[in-house]
Ligand binder design. Structure first.
Ligand code: GTP
Ligand code: MG
Ligand code: ZN
Length: 278
C-alpha cells in the first residue's frame, strides 16, 4: 500500500493511507535513507518497504514534499514585523514553494484598512488572508485553499499558529502558549512535527516559531529573483550586471522612486543584499 508519513517517534513511523487511516510501522533495515513526515512510502504488514522520490525537503523542521507554506504573522502581540515577513518570503521563494501570507489577531486592532496596509504584498502577487482565530474570522476561506496539499505553518513565536490548527482540525489539541506580558511575544510552545489531516483531504504541519531566520545560503545575485515584483523591471537597468543598490540608470530604483514598487519591500531587499555580501 502507498502512504504518507505523518510522524516519526521512537523508531516508529506513522503512515496514513488514502483514506487517512494511520498505521504504525517500522522500517526495513535495507532502507538507508532518512525518512521524514511528508515522505511517500510503500508499506505492508507494519513494515515500510520502500521510499518514493521526494520533490523537496524543508529543513528545520524536516518535512518532505511540501506544497505551500503559510507564513503566519499577527497584527499585534507580537507586533507585526514586515522585515521579518519579507525574510520569510525570501526563504520560501528560495525553496521554490508557494507562500500564503496569513495575518492573525485582527481582533486586536480597531477599524483599520487591512488591504491598504498590505497592498505591496498583493502587488507582488501574494495571497494575503486576514484572520482572527479568536473570533473565527476568515478561517473558512483560508482552509479552502489548503485542500489536497501538504501545508506547513511557519512564523514568529506567539502569532497563533497552533491556535489556528486547533480551531480547524477536529480532535486536535496542540499546546498553546501564553504571550509573555513583559516581552509581548510567545515562548516557543511547539516542539515536534506532525502532519495533521485536513477534513476534505490534505495535510497541515505546525512548526515552532522562529524569531530569526538564516538566509545565508542565498547568493546576492539570486536575491533579486526572490522579490517577484522586481523581475519585470530588471531588463531595463542600464547595466547588464546591476545589484539594484547604487548603480546609475537602475530601473528597480527608478520604479521605487516613482511609487511603482514599494519602498518598504525595496528597503528589505537592500538590507538582505548587504547581509548576503558580508
Ligand atoms: N487576541 C487574539 N489572540 C490570539 C489569536 N490567536 C491566538 N491568540 C493567542 O496568542 C497566543 C499564542 O498562540 P499560539 O497558538 O501558542 O502561538 P504559536 O504561533 O503557536 O507560538 P509558538 O508555538 O511559540 O511558535 C495564545 O495566548 C493565543 O490564545 C487571535 O486571533 N486573537
Ligand atoms: Mg505553537
Ligand atoms: Zn538595477
Amino acid at each position: 500500500m502507498k502512504g504518507i508519513i505523518t510522524k516519526a517517534i521512537g523508531g516508529f513511523f506513522f503512515v496514513a493511507d488514502d483514506a487517512q487511516n494511520v498505521h504504525r510501522t517500522r522500517i526495513r533495515g535495507k532502507i538507508k535513507e532518512k525518512v521524514y513526515p511528508g515522505d511517500l512510502v510503500e508499506f505492508k504488514e507494519g513494515m515500510i518497504e520502500g521510499l518514493y522520490p521526494r520533490k523537496n525537503l524543508l529543513h528545520r523542521p524536516n518535512i518532505a514534499n511540501v506544497d505551500q507554506v503559510l507564513i503566519v504573522q499577527s497584527l499585534a502581540e507580537p507586533v507585526l514585523d514586515k522585515k521579518l515577513l519579507d525574510r520569510f518570503l525570501v526563504m520560501v521563494e528560495a525553496a521554490g514553494l508557494v507562500p500564503l501570507i496569513v495575518i492573525n489577531k485582527i481582533d486586536l486592532m480597531g477599524e483599520i484598512d487591512l488591504e491598504a496596509g498590505f497592498k505591496e504584498y498583493a502587488a507582488a502577487g501574494y495571497k494575503v488572508y486576514f484572520i482572527s482565530v479568536k473570533q473565527g474570522i476568515g478561517i473558512e476561506s483560508l482552509i479552502n485553499d489548503l485542500h489536497e496539499r501538504v501545508n506547513v505553518l511557519t512564523g514568529p513565536s506567539g502569532v497563533g499558529k497552533s491556535s489556528l490548527i486547533n480551531q480547524f482540525i477536529a480532535g486536535v489539541d496542540l499546546a498553546v502558549g501564553e504571550i509573555s506580558p513583559r516581552l509581548k511575544r510567545g515562548t516557543h510552545t511547539t516542539r515536534h512535527v506532525e502532519l495533521l489531516p485536513i477534513n476534505k483531504g490534505g495535510w497541515v504541519a505546525d512548526t515552532p516559531g522562529f524569531t530569526s531566520l538564516d538566509i545565508s545560503h542565498i547568493s546576492p545575485e539570486e536575491l533579486t529573483f526572490l522579490f517577484p515584483e522586481f523581475i519585470e523591471h530588471l531588463d531595463r537597468c542600464k547595466f547588464r550586471v546591476c545589484s539594484h543598490t547604487h548603480e546609475p540608470g537602475c530601473a528597480v530604483k527608478k520604479a521605487v522612486e516613482e511609487g511603482e514598487l514599494s519602498s518598504s519591500r525595496y528597503d528589505s531587499y537592500q538590507l538582505f543584499y548587504q547581509e548576503l555580501l558580508d
